[in-house]
Design a protein around this ligand. Structure first.
Ligand SMILES: Nc1nc2c(ncn2[C@@H]2O[C@H](COP(=O)(O)OP(=O)(O)OP(=O)(O)O)[C@@H](O)[C@H]2O)c(=O)[nH]1
Ligand SMILES: [Mg+2]
Ligand SMILES: [Zn+2]
Length: 291
């Protein structure tokens, strides 16, 4: 990868910028706050010296930026889902993957904890989705090569609920880094050594970010997709574009809908379609000012 200055992580108003001369602890120029711009991990930045200290002076153009987790310039968006503890939600998974596609990143599902419960059932839901599914286990090494193969030359992020095993997997993938991982506390409902901030690591020819897990409730703030764009964020629906009887078909109740016909033939997963319909109806209800 061509060397650029980029933000590894931001904590409490400080930004840690990787440069050719090492990692610099920077503040951000006041101009960002005035413009409502927040530098995030993954941002390529220009650093200046102000009063003897390095500051982030400019954010270079972004390929994309995510709100949850806050990170920019993402190529691969790994969605880590555990079979149990916590148990998976298709709606949360499908919303995350749709946001990734909408932002021009490649979603990849990573299923963990298959030693506790079989991953077959959940994997089967994505059979026709066009989204790659990797079963991974840090203890046995299962799936690690498949993940590694996607890291080279790209910026990847591990997202998903707290406790699904993101840091555990990354510790197995990054030989030089020991990440704190933790048992899920029954009281808090999240890991005791839960990851606190988005942090980028160099790995296998690319960059990969560990991120704090979120609760399913937080999903509302993960981002929204316009109702007319939603069909393109589900690969198995996108590939039927133009095949419905009516142009502008929403694939909800129209006759001659190629998407619903594919659903009936079992060529689109029922839970995938249910997520599409739920997100579509949400988007339809959303007021202009909520966008
Ligand atoms: N049985 C089993 N336990 C796992 C597996 N992967 C992770 N764990 C355990 O799950 C717990 C949470 O793992 P973490 O890696 O901290 O989870 P995380 O996704 O990083 O969580 P946050 O940082 O809170 O977002 C730890 O106790 C891990 O040992 C797995 O494949 N099987
Ligand atoms: Mg973690
Ligand atoms: Zn249709």
């Amino acid at each position: 990868m061509e060397h650029q200055n980029y933000i590894i992580k931001g904590v409490g108003g400080f930004y840690y910028v990787k440069t050719a001369d090492g990692v610099l602890e920077c503040r951000a120029k006041g101009i960002f706050r005035k413009r409502g711009l927040t530098p995030v991990a993954g941002d390529n930045v220009r650093v200046e010296t102000e009063g003897g200290s390095p500051v982030v002076a400019e954010i270079l153009p972004r390929k994309n930026v995510f709100v949850r987790p806050p990170i920019a310039n993402v190529d691969n968006f790994f969605i880590v889902v555990s079979t149990v503890q916590p148990s998976p939600s298709t709606l949360v998974t499908d919303k995350l993957s749709a946001i990734a596609v909408d932002k021009g990143a490649q979603p990849v599902l990573v299923l963990t904890k298959d030693d506790l419960h079989s991953a077959d059932e959940f994997a089967a839901l994505y059979e026709h989705s066009g989204i790659p599914v990797i079963r991974a286990n840090a203890a046995t090494g299962e799936g690690l090569d498949a993940i590694r193969a996607r890291l080279d030359g790209s910026l990847s992020v591990f997202s998903g609920n707290s406790g699904v095993g993101k840091s555990t997997l990354l510790s197995a993938l990054l030989p030089d880094v020991r990440l704190e991982t933790g048992e899920i506390s029954k009281k808090l409902g999240r890991g005791r050594h839960t990851t606190r901030e988005v942090t980028l690591y160099e790995a296998h020819g690319g960059l990969v970010a560990d991120t704090p897990g979120f609760a399913s409730l937080d999903m509302a703030s993960a981002g929204n997709i316009d109702k007319d764009d939603l069909q393109f964020a589900f690969p198995e629906i996108a590939r039927l574009f133009g095949k419905c009887r009516f142009t502008g078909c929403a694939h909800i109740a129209e006759s001659g809908c190629a998407v619903r016909e594919a659903l009936e033939r079992g060529e689109i997963g029922e839970t995938r379609y249910a997520s599409y319909a739920e997100l579509y109806n949400e988007a339809k209800e959303r007021k202009q000012w909520q966008k």
